[in-house]
Design a binder for this molecule. Structure first.
Ligand code: C2O
Ligand code: CU
Length: 491
């Protein structure tokens, strides 16, 4: 990116905000919804589960009859799902068989800094010469070549996390090409609930993409010519909706309750999800950071990039044969459709959504806390044009805050336009939105919060256990790459 601090290679550059596919688009609701495979450990030793993931290119048939080259964890899009227990350590050896550096971040993870995917802690591909690997004057990343071990203590409650690339300046193009997957944490509190499970617990990883005529991903390129930068600025939005990697898929369901773990893995697209027919609602049971105290019912669900919503949808009132389409009300036409559920048959269902889901309770705001303001704005700084936080472009050498562990602080996010703001290491609770109460989608522990234009959102946050360098940034990935990120240290 021309606005980047220190790209390692030629700019992947910029282009229009809505990318229109050149490839013929398939008829909707024909492809069955795929479920990403669950990753199995290589071995278990002293209570630690060891995994190995190979980051590699693969050629997948995403659009029927065409091949799309992806960058995938184990060559998959999405990558394999980690399904782990709270408090049980996971060690993942990541092997880079790509031709670009990577950095893996566990989004929502309570992760030691050394494994958090600091954008300069690069994993270089094996066997290639990389002049800039050392990243001399750039803030000193811990660079590994070939493979690198990431340790996740999973010392946190059950929740839907995800992992994705976080390479400095190139997160957006690398996630777009496929480097993302789910990481689920389970615990006894959640196990004890009568929630829908087994094949009635389904991940829905939403991601928009655009495709060139030959089936390859369409993403802005430097060759797109002048004037494209301004549009790329807003983030890249495609016209094809993928769910778990399949375009506009269909899922056959029983007339029963289903639990859907929804992740918006799009670079920049927001969704307002709605069901097009019948009485079903989204009964939200969890947020980014795990179960709510009590369920919250939504007619529509606004999901910004990187947010997760754990919901139960009850199809029991639908006649077999009914088709229910999941819509995105923030768009129209094909881009306004996401996937379809086909109610197939009546079936027994002993699941339930209890009125009390967990011991979660909002922490009352203590008085006299340290208060920090983070202003997310378009701007130029340090010689870069793009997006800034508190007037600064991301500089990995400059800590914008030094935060004491184990103390609550109030952080305020102030924006110009829409920004989904994400903090690493610790979840937070939304205290106030626009001076008033939290919004309908703000319940529970969050790690990403959708800040609307010209809005101020106050959150209560407390970091624990791990000292080191962490990040706060906009999760519109093009904004992030255009330097809308800040480093802070926990001390
Ligand atoms: Cu999901 Cu720092 O990112
Ligand atoms: Cu942003």
């Amino acid at each position: 990116l021309t606005l980047a601090n220190c790209g390692l290679e030629t700019s992947p550059a910029q282009s229009a905000e809505l990318l229109k596919s050149e490839a013929p688009l398939p008829e909707a609701f024909k492809v069955p919804l795929p479920i990403p495979p669950v990753k199995m450990p290589l071995r278990t030793q002293a209570g630690i589960d060891y995994y190995r993931v190979v980051q590699q290119k693969a050629s997948l048939e995403i659009l029927p009859g065409l091949k799309t080259e992806i960058l995938g964890y184990d060559g998959l899009l999405p990558g394999p799902t980690f399904d782990v227990r709270s408090g049980r350590t996971t060690v993942v050896e990541q092997v880079n068989h790509l031709d670009v550096p990577t950095a893996v971040h566990l989004h929502g993870g309570h992760t030691p800094a050394a494994s958090d995917g600091w954008p300069l802690d690069l994993l270089m591909p094996n066997g290639e010469h990389h002049e800039h690997a050392g990243h001399g004057g750039m803030g000193g990343g811990d660079v590994a070549t070939g493979s690198r071990k990431y340790t996740y203590p999973n010392t946190q409650r059950a929740a839907t996390l995800w992992y994705h690339d976080h390479r400095m300046d190139y997160t957006a193009p690398q996630v777009y090409r496929g480097l993302f997957g789910l990481h689920l944490i389970r615990d006894a509190e959640e196990d004890a609930l009568p929630l829908p499970g087994g094949d009635r617990e389904i991940p829905l990883v939403l991601a928009d993409r655009a495709f060139a005529a030959d089936g390859s991903f369409l993403y802005p390129a430097a060759t797109d010519g002048p004037g494209v930068e301004a549009k790329y600025m807003e983030g890249v939005i495609g016209d094809v909706m993928l769910v778990n990697g399949a375009p506009w898929p269909v899922l056959e369901v029983d007339a029963a309750r289903y639990r859907f773990r929804i992740l918006n893995a799009s670079n920049a697209r927001r969704f307002e999800l709605a069901l097009d027919s019948g009485p079903a609602r989204f009964v939200q049971i969890g947020s980014d950071g795990g179960l709510l105290g009590a369920p919250v019912e939504h007619k529509t669900l606004v999901v910004a990039p990187a947010e997760r919503f754990d919901v139960v949808v009850d199809f029991s009132a639908y006649q077999p044969g009914t088709e229910v389409t999941l819509l995105n009300k923030l768009d129209s036409g094909r881009a306004g459709q996401v996937m379809r559920f086909k109610v197939m048959r009546r079936a027994g269902d002993d699941s339930n959504v209890p009125a009390k889901l967990s011991s979660y309770a909002a922490v009352p705001e203590p008085s006299g806390l340290i208060h920090r303001e983070w202003r997310f704005r378009r701007g130029s700084a340090n010689g870069h044009q793009g997006w800034t936080i508190n007037g600064k472009a991301f500089d990995p050498q400059k800590m914008q805050a030094s935060v004491k562990l184990d103390q609550y602080e109030v952080w305020s996010f102030v924006t110009d336009v829409h920004h989904p703001v994400h903090i690493h290491l610790a979840p937070f609770q939304v205290l106030r939105r626009g001076g008033g109460k939290p919004g309908p989608y703000d319940a529970g522990w969050k790690d990403t919060v959708d800040i609307r234009p010209a809005e101020v959102v106050d959150v209560l946050v407390r970091f624990t256990a791990h000292k080191g360098k962490y990040l706060i940034h906009c999760h519109n990935l093009e904004h992030e790459d255009m330097a809308m990120m800040a480093a802070f240290e926990t001390v």
